[in-house]
Write a protein that binds this ligand. Sequence first.
Ligand SMILES: Cc1cc2nc3c(=O)[nH]c(=O)nc-3n(C[C@H](O)[C@H](O)[C@H](O)COP(=O)(O)OP(=O)(O)OC[C@H]3O[C@@H](n4cnc5c(N)ncnc54)[C@H](O)[C@@H]3O)c2cc1C
Length: 493
Amino acid sequence: MSSNGLLALERRVTADLAMIAYPDSEWVPPRTGPDGARVLDALVVGGGQGGLAVAHGLTRGRVTNIRIVDQAEPGQEGPWLTYARMPTLRSPKEVNGPDLDIPSLTFQAWFEAQHGTTGWETLNKIAREDWAAYLLWLRRVLDLSVENGVALERLEPGEGDLIYATLRHLAENRVETVHARKLVLATGIEASGRWWTPPVVEALDRRFWAHTSEAIDFAALAGKRVAALGAGASAFDNAATALEAGAGEVAIYCRRRDLQRVQPFKWLSFPGFLGHFADLDDVWRWRFMAYLLTMREAFPKETWQRASRHPNFRLETGAGWQRCEVVGDRVRLHTPKGVFEADYLIIGTGFDIDLSHRPELAGVAEHVALWADRFAPPAEEANERLSRYPYLGPTYEFLERNPGTAPWLRHLRLFTYGTTVSFGPSGASINAMKFAAPRLVGGILRDLFREDIESHWNSLKSYDLPEFLLPGEEGAAAPPKAVLDRLADGRFG
Ligand SMILES: Cc1cc2nc3c(=O)[nH]c(=O)nc-3n(C[C@H](O)[C@H](O)[C@H](O)COP(=O)(O)OP(=O)(O)OC[C@H]3O[C@@H](n4cnc5c(N)ncnc54)[C@H](O)[C@@H]3O)c2cc1C
């Protein structure tokens, strides 16, 4: 590990940012809110990778009167150090995102500064602890100040075209209200809905089960029979964690007959798709996303190897849980393949998109246009799950379900997995961030400019800063003789 390497890199970052700083003037006219305080130009909710990328873009666009809030403790933003239970990221190490294409800000630059180019060449995938540390570094070198322990609780239309946000400072249990012109919800992968647990499990006593998004006492599972539900990476990572903690037996159950082993999201990782999916018409967007989201994503081979190398690991495909019942200290699982028993259940069934589940969106969700409101797919492509995704405007803004009833929605932008049907991979996704964040930020910059156009017009008309002074004007230095001669000849017109 080389801290000198990191210091040198930080000098490179400073130089790089200086070289692309033009034009560097602040340009958004300050506004005062009804409470007499300066209105925020943007409030970014969520200080994970998505919120950082957006804030990075805004400050590059010289919109600096912003705040970034996150309800998590410092360093605990996102899943990386809490419930993510894989040793490494699932993405390839080359993925770059919140750096917004500045080479010295990439993960590779950060890693090489400490471990050298050989370290990078021999690295297989990015350790999740490294990714979390890198995000903290990025926010320090970009001077993005995240206010931790601050939760967005409520959003309402404010006076004029302002958004009125209620924030709670969790440590002091203090409420603060702020006015913002624009607000970005970069609140996480599940934050357009909720983590989902099948009703047959939800009805069980909580001492028998946990969702993969929760804290789990794996040590307490030593010697136990564990049943995990789900065919995705999270079910496998949690199963592997239980096995590594000494579980007696771990079985994964899923409805599918075959595991998904192809990664369609690898196929779509090209600039045309990632950058311009949102420019397709609704028919194509729906068709692609209905296909991709039904197929879902395969997990990487490392995930499979990590679980399957244990002799006490079992996979039961075609074995969704139809009924679960507690019998003594065990849970009996009824599946199309027969009846099984387990001491503890881990539920890896992901999340469900439904804005109405979000407390912070109470009063907002009912006004938001969903795909169900705007698009009727052909019968053979009908998909109830997709129809609940928000139907977003071209720069991630919410649109009104009934035009004219909630025009303030256009000031709210979503940057979570809920963007997927409208934009393809975008919010809550590393691989699309370099395309997605600039598009969202561009929308905010455009709107801030347009909405202040009269002020800019007046500013232009009163702009009277001469580039040079004529002889005799106050403060003018005597021009060189050659200039005076030409003035005398009338050669300057
Ligand atoms: C287990 C797991 C593994 C993943 N692995 C990969 C991977 O390998 N590669 C990949 O490309 N993607 C991966 N993803 C997907 C995605 O990259 C991550 O979910 C990533 O964390 C998304 O970043 P984000 O900034 O959108 O959300 P997050 O990192 O979740 O950040 C959102 C932040 O918003 C805060 N917040 C939420 N609500 C509020 C509120 N009301 N007020 C204030 N703050 C709030 C949260 O505290 C959180 O810190 C993974 C996801 C999970 C769940």
